[in-house]
Design a protein around this ligand. Structure first.
Ligand SMILES: Nc1ncnc2c1ncn2[C@@H]1O[C@H](COP(=O)(O)OP(=O)(O)OP(=O)(O)O)[C@@H](O)[C@H]1O
Ligand SMILES: [Mg+2]
Length: 255
């Protein structure tokens, strides 16, 4: 299974991606969690110790410039389009409780398709991870998905756009789907923080039931995770985890 979570800030991408990673690891599948968010916090959500100290690869300028064949100032210089990447996963992947994690970070390309060396490097790294590894990939992204090149996108099962039952969140979800369409990658929506009552109907009406792969209820105890816990601490029968499990089964039966 190769999937990426995208969507508006704060909708629950990291939370749901962590649950998915945990569940796939519990199924004894080989799973690589990829943090491609500018504000990386997948490590903490997955309970990695010293999560704050993990440096995103995008910040390793020396490494990137060396691999891209750039001397010092990247501005205006030429660089390689096929940097050496194959040793990067083994050097930077962190392992814990059957979960592998790589923290890439991202470059703010402002939707412009930035061609800076960092951006090219991340794009090549993602391609390598998605194309070359016989393992599940769960990516935590932001709303911008410009680091997914066409060949990477072609190897992904789908993009999961996380939406809350608010108009702003749904509109961002629609934008994500538009970007994904250009890459010929299918988008499925997950409604998150859904409360009893009309939330679910409203989301179905806005997004169309065929595009929705599941919903996750508003869950009060998420507050405890925000105060220093991790998704790994949740009991296996907690409602949101069971709901994400349902989504996982649906996705596995599609692929
Ligand atoms: N189902 C839920 N019920 C209640 N709170 C939730 C739920 N899912 C996520 N949250 C809370 O919403 C907040 C944002 O979640 P999260 O960090 O996963 O979002 P995000 O989309 O990754 O945000 P960012 O864009 O900042 O990376 C967190 O406080 C999290 O605990
Ligand atoms: Mg996040």
């Amino acid at each position: 299974m190769k999937i990426a979570f995208a969507g508006k800030g704060g909708t629950g991408k990291t939370t749901l991606a962590s649950m998915m990673v945990r569940l796939l690891a519990e199924d004894k599948r080989r799973v690589l969690a990829v943090d491609a968010d500018p504000n990386s916090n997948l490590a903490r959500s997955l309970g990695f110790p010293q999560a704050r100290e993990i440096k995103p690869i995008v910040e390793m300028k020396g490494l990137i410039y060396e691999r891209m064949g750039i001397k010092q100032d990247p501005k205006g210089s030429f660089y390689k389009l096929n940097p050496k990447i194959d040793d990067i996963p083994e050097k930077f992947v962190k392992k814990r409780s059957g979960v592998n994690l790589i923290v890439m970070g991202t470059v703010d390309a402002g939707g412009s398709g930035c061609v800076c060396p960092e951006s090219t490097f991340l794009r090549e790294l993602l391609k390598h991870l998605v194309l070359n590894h016989g393992e599940d990939i769960v990516m935590d992204m932001e709303a911008g998905i410009e680091h997914l090149g066409r060949s990477t996108a072609a190897s992904m099962d789908c993009l999961l756009a996380v939406v809350e039952p608010t108009l702003a969140s749904v509109e961002t979800g629609m934008c994500v789907r538009k970007l994904a369409e250009d890459l010929k990658i299918k988008t499925l929506f997950i409604g998150n923080k859904v409360r009893e009552g009309q939330d679910e109907d409203w989301l179905h009406e806005k997004l169309g039931s065929d595009s929705m792969v599941g919903i996750v209820s508003y869950y009060d105890a998420m507050r405890d995770i925000d105060r220093g816990g991790s998704i790994m601490d949740l009991a296996g029968d907690e409602k949101p985890l069971l709901q994400v499990k349902g989504i996982k089964e649906k996705l596995l039966s599609r692929s």
